[in-house]
Design a protein around this ligand. Structure first.
Ligand SMILES: Nc1ncnc2c1ncn2[C@@H]1O[C@H](COP(=O)(O)OP(=O)(O)OP(=O)(O)O)[C@@H](O)[C@H]1O
Length: 300
């Protein structure tokens, strides 16, 4: 099991964090043995544990149906796990009623979800200010500052329809960051963008993490994952692998191996072997592919 100070800890299977929590800063995001079984019986998450310190950017990858969106929904307090715990900044979500949960999401969480589109009838500035307006807070200069930070100060009065896809996604990032949240959740934030525009959006998320926010991003794109500090791979609702300082090439190879494993059948799939993280940095090092320090990484 992987344990590294100051980094995301992804724990596979049933291992509980509860008796292993180290002394030190409270993680920005802490999932402990989270399970989510949907009505009808599909278990989308099967005991996922993940601890992310402040200021880290984590990419969540896996094949279609592996549980990525469900993980994001549960981690963001948009869905409630069937069992296990989710904590944001030390606050357990299970103990919160709907009103308190809504407040926590509003004040401490930012979202860049493809499904959460901009409001077409509002200006770009009003869209960026929306979380503050909904909270009854005075946007003041904060929404303008958030727009300036994503390079769109001069488009404040435009309607979203007049922006390109990449510009709209940058407004979505501004809107996610306007409340200065602890954690930003992004679901395929670059899925519909060309590589250059995608890089601009990823750089904004990277900058947010460098600024102390925690960013959890679901992506299918190995290149996008290479902007993260860590990549976590899901398979059949479990954390199957964990790669520090991911490079696009290594992520691609891991996804390929996960695909092979799934074709061979779950029973033969190596994450169920005694080594719960066969693709973790240790295993990579054994194969002569030690993870590179992040300062040496190129996201492309
Ligand atoms: N509301 C739901 N009701 C029942 N089953 C669901 C529901 N949402 C997801 N599932 C099932 O849970 C499993 C995980 O789905 P999830 O959407 O989390 O996967 P994903 O990795 O995000 O997939 P994709 O990459 O295709 O978006 C799948 O088997 C899916 O069919």
């Amino acid at each position: 099991m992987l344990r590294r100070r100051g980094s995301t800890e992804a724990l596979a299977g049933d291992e509980s964090l509860s008796d292993t929590v180290p002394a030190g800063p409270v993680p920005a995001l802490d999932l402990d043995t989270v399970r989510r079984t949907y009505p009808g019986g599909v278990t989308a998450l099967d005991g996922v544990s993940l601890r992310v310190p402040a200021g880290r950017m984590v990419a969540v990858l896996g094949r279609s149906g592996s549980g990525k969106s469900t993980l994001l929904q549960c981690a963001a307090g948009l869905d409630r796990p069937t069992s296990g715990t989710v904590r944001i900044g030390g606050t357990g979500l299970a103990g919160l009623g709907e009103a308190a949960l809504t407040r926590l999401r509003r004040d401490r969480v930012g979202f860049v979800f493809q499904s959460l589109n901009l409001v077409p009838s509002l200006s770009v500035l009003e869209n960026a200010a929306l979380p503050l307006l909904l909270a009854g807070r005075e946007p003041g200069g904060r929404a303008r500052a958030a727009l300036a930070a994503v390079g769109l100060a001069d488009r404040a009065e435009d309607r979203p329809a007049r922006l390109s896809g990449g510009q709209r996604q940058r407004v979505a990032v501004a809107r996610a960051l306007v409340t200065e949240p602890d954690v930003v959740f992004a679901d395929e934030p670059t899925g519909a963008l060309d590589p250059v525009t995608a890089a601009e959006v990823l750089a904004l998320l990277r900058h947010a993490a460098d600024d102390g926010r925690t960013v959890v991003m679901v992506t299918h794109d190995p290149v996008a994952a290479a902007w993260a500090d860590e990549a976590v791979f899901l398979h059949a609702g479990r954390v199957a692998a964990h790669e520090a300082a991911p490079r696009a090439e290594a992520v691609r190879a891991l996804l390929h191996e996960l695909g092979r494993g799934s074709r061979e059948g779950v029973d033969e799939w190596p994450h169920l072997s005694p080594d719960p993280l066969p693709y973790g940095p240790g295993a990579l090092a054994r194969r002569g592919r030690a993870a590179a320090p992040s300062h040496e990484r190129s996201p492309r």
